[in-house]
Design a protein. Structure first.
Length: 101
C-alpha cells in the first residue's frame, strides 16, 4: 500500500542516468533502464518478435489469440486490451485533449 500511495505523491526521486527521466519508484526506474539496454530476452513463438519485459510479451500474445473481450458500447468494436478500449471511447466523445502547435 505504501508503494502504491508513493506513486500518487508526485515525488520522483529516482532518475535515469541515461536520459534524465525521473520515477517515483525504484522498481519503475529499473524497468525503464531495461529499455535502454537493448536486451530483449522474451520472444514470441508465433512471430519471433522480442521483448525486454515478460508482461509486454504476454500483452503482445493477446493480439495473436484473436480474443477481444472488451466491446465498445457505442459502436460495437472489440478490443483485446481494456486500455485500448478506453482510448477508443475517447474518440467518440469528440474531446481532443492535445493540440499540435
Amino acid at each position: 500500500m505504501k508503494t502504491h500511495i508513493l506513486g500518487h505523491s508526485g515525488t520522483k526521486e529516482f532518475e535515469c542516468e541515461e536520459c534524465g527521466k525521473c520515477f517515483s519508484l525504484k522498481s519503475t526506474l529499473k524497468t525503464h533502464i531495461l529499455g535502454h539496454s537493448g536486451i530483449k530476452e522474451f520472444e514470441c513463438e508465433e512471430c519471433g518478435k522480442h521483448f525486454a519485459l515478460k508482461g509486454n510479451l504476454k500483452t503482445h500474445i493477446l493480439g495473436h489469440s484473436g480474443i477481444k473481450e472488451f466491446e465498445c458500447e457505442e459502436c460495437g468494436k472489440h478490443f483485446a486490451l481494456k486500455g485500448n478500449l478506453k482510448t477508443h471511447i475517447l474518440g467518440h466523445s469528440g474531446i481532443k485533449e492535445f493540440e499540435c502547435e
